[in-house]
Design a protein around this ligand. Sequence first.
Ligand SMILES: C[S@@+](CC[C@H](N)C(=O)[O-])C[C@H]1O[C@@H](n2cnc3c(N)ncnc32)[C@H](O)[C@@H]1O
Length: 226
Amino acid sequence: MQPGYDRLAVQYEDAFPEPFRTPLERHAVAAFAERVRESGLPGPVVDAGCGTGHVTAELAAAGVPVLGVDPSEAMLGIARDSHPQLRFVQGTADPTTWQDALGEAEAPSAVLARFSLIHLAPDRVPGVVRSWAQLLPVGGVVLVAFQAVDGGRAVVSFDHAVAPAWRWHPDVMADHLHRAGFTERWRAVSRPDAEHRFPECHLLAVKETAEAPPVPVGRGCSVDGC
Ligand SMILES: C[S@@+](CC[C@H](N)C(=O)[O-])C[C@H]1O[C@@H](n2cnc3c(N)ncnc32)[C@H](O)[C@@H]1O
């Protein structure tokens, strides 16, 4: 369960009935799907924190097998009603919660985490992205999207309408992914506007080798607390 999203799932669906709010969001997911297809990996994409499943359905329509995962039964209920042809299971960003659904024969090829890592306590994020790196094969892809911090701070909580949430400095999120074993390939950061209070970052990274790369002493972002 996820108390905030369980309580407000219907209002969430009314507010966000479409998969994307901006062309950038759509293009980021399309570029991710293309990268997954190009990888040639057979496993499904795990949409971690899939919510109402509309982006999960976009991925399926783009030709990649997909499993939607979310802790909120109410969000999953809407996802299943809206997209009965797709697979949705209850779980979190932590792969131990989806391994039963996938089984040993179905190693995932990629993870999509759009605006879901924001709901993890910040000290849990490095471990979660490390577990993705351990699970994905070489060539595996991740796309993370999150409300971002502009200034000198690494991560700050914000007053999300539904659940406790944290905004991240893009360099800090990128650094956690790098330390886990992913190589950043691109990021796009949108600026705040009338409908978006904060910058939003879409960051794609790939597991290029079996080993996590060594992190040179002194490497990392210049952000306090990184
Ligand atoms: C803002 S919605 C985004 C939904 C969807 N990814 C999208 O892009 O439309 C955030 C979702 O993250 C889910 N969530 C909350 N805590 C989570 C966790 N620990 N792991 C994975 N998802 C989580 C919520 O239940 C909710 O459905």
